[in-house]
Design a protein around this ligand. Structure first.
Ligand code: ATP
Length: 336
């Protein structure tokens, strides 16, 4: 449905987006994920029409929209700051775009009320000023305002980042339900890997203006294509040379490459033995208790630290100073 074809974006001498090629499918929840400054907001803004690429094309259903003005693109955007009108009431905020487009009073009223119902804003809330609402309620108003014009694409720029952790998870789930209910193609920008993994059908991981990998959350996590992606997603250990020398790991690791293993792929409890099973001796030097799991730092005999995440029953039974064995499957090692 959306195609970026050889898109380049410059700010003066700074090359913010370098030759982007990407396809987003109809009805998909698609996320741009990456660290601060990697260009994800820039590319979203170019899709909506705030920024013109220096070269390349943006296609919507095979139609070139690169030069089409914002109001003719049928794309609605929700900003990180919500950008609501604080002195207008909720109803007028949602109605704003329809009023600009000169819809009749009756049409505005019917559509505003219908969308408010769908995003769970009550009749009483409609007459409140936006400044009287909580962050979560303002978020709903911003989404209602974006959806009321029935856009074909919803563009969201870090819409949950101003909320506290618990509300963020609650609204994340609501956003997913809403997207399913409307079936609307959604393009979402975040630097939060958990948000990206839980919400998205597919993710594009950005780094310094280029796409490192496009894939489903499982592909991005389990089959990270590049060193950058594997480091950006999840908690991971770099297996230091000291750990590889004089250990069974050297049979499995290419010395010319860097090798990583995810924390949760290392276990303190014995695993099924086989030709790929590796056992190393170590000592627990640090621990963090998270309630549903415990993280341990283990100093390997001979040097080097590996971190584990223990989720098994009794995961908090180990103490700092305990001498233990750690277990892993060589097949879980990622090499770049
Ligand atoms: P964040 O998560 O911090 O918002 P981001 O990945 O969305 O980061 P962008 O806002 O897309 O990053 O910015 C990408 C790069 O382009 C940054 O280095 C930024 O400083 C630069 N940039 C963005 N907008 C402009 C602008 N209008 N003029 C000059 N440089 C800009």
């Amino acid at each position: 449905m959306i195609t970026f074809k050889d898109v380049q974006i410059h700010f003066g001498d700074f090359h913010a987006i370098k030759n982007l090629n990407l396809n987003i499918r109809e009805g998909e929840f698609f996320t741009f994920l990456g660290p601060s400054g990697c260009g994800k907001t820039t590319i979203l803004r170019s899709l909506v029409g705030f920024i013109n690429p220096a070269s390349g094309q943006i296609l919507l259903n095979d139609r070139d929209i690169t030069q089409v003005p914002i109001e003719k693109r049928e794309i609605s955007m929700v900003f990180q700051s919500y950008a609501l009108f604080p002195t207008l009431n909720v109803y007028e905020n949602i109605a704003f775009g329809m009023r600009v487009k000169k819809f009749s009073k009756a049409e505005v009223d019917a559509q505003v009320k219908e969308i408010a119902r769908k995003v769970d804003l009550s009749e009483e809330q409609l007459v409140k000023k936006v400044s009287e609402l909580s962050g979560g309620q303002q978020q709903r108003v911003a989404i209602a305002r974006a959806l009321v014009l029935k856009p074909s694409i919803l563009a969201l720029d870090e819409p949950l980042s101003n909320l506290d952790a618990k509300l963020r998870v609650q609204l994340r789930n609501e956003l997913k339900d809403l997207q399913k209910k409307f079936g609307i193609t959604t393009v979402y920008v975040t630097h939060d890997q958990e948000e990206a993994l839980t919400l998205s059908d597919r993710i594009a991981v950005f780094n310094k203006g280029i796409v490192e990998q496009v894939g489903t959350p499982r592909e991005i996590y389990n089959e990270s294509k590049t060193e950058f992606v594997c480091n950006f997603i999840g908690d991971i250990n770099l297996i230091q040379p000291a750990i590889i020398q004089n250990s069974p790991l050297k049979d499995f690791i290419d010395p010319a490459k860097k090798s990583y293993i995810r924390n949760e792929k290392i276990s303190l409890t014995p695993i099924v033995q086989g030709k790929n099973a590796v056992q190393l001796k170590g000592e627990i030097v640090d621990q963090e208790f998270y309630g549903i799991y415990t993280k341990y730092s283990v100093e390997i005999a001979g040097g080097g630290i590996l971190k584990t995440v223990e989720t098994e029953k009794g995961h908090d039974q180990y103490q700092t100073g305990d001498e233990i064995d750690i277990y892993m499957h060589a097949g879980d090692i990622l090499q770049y």
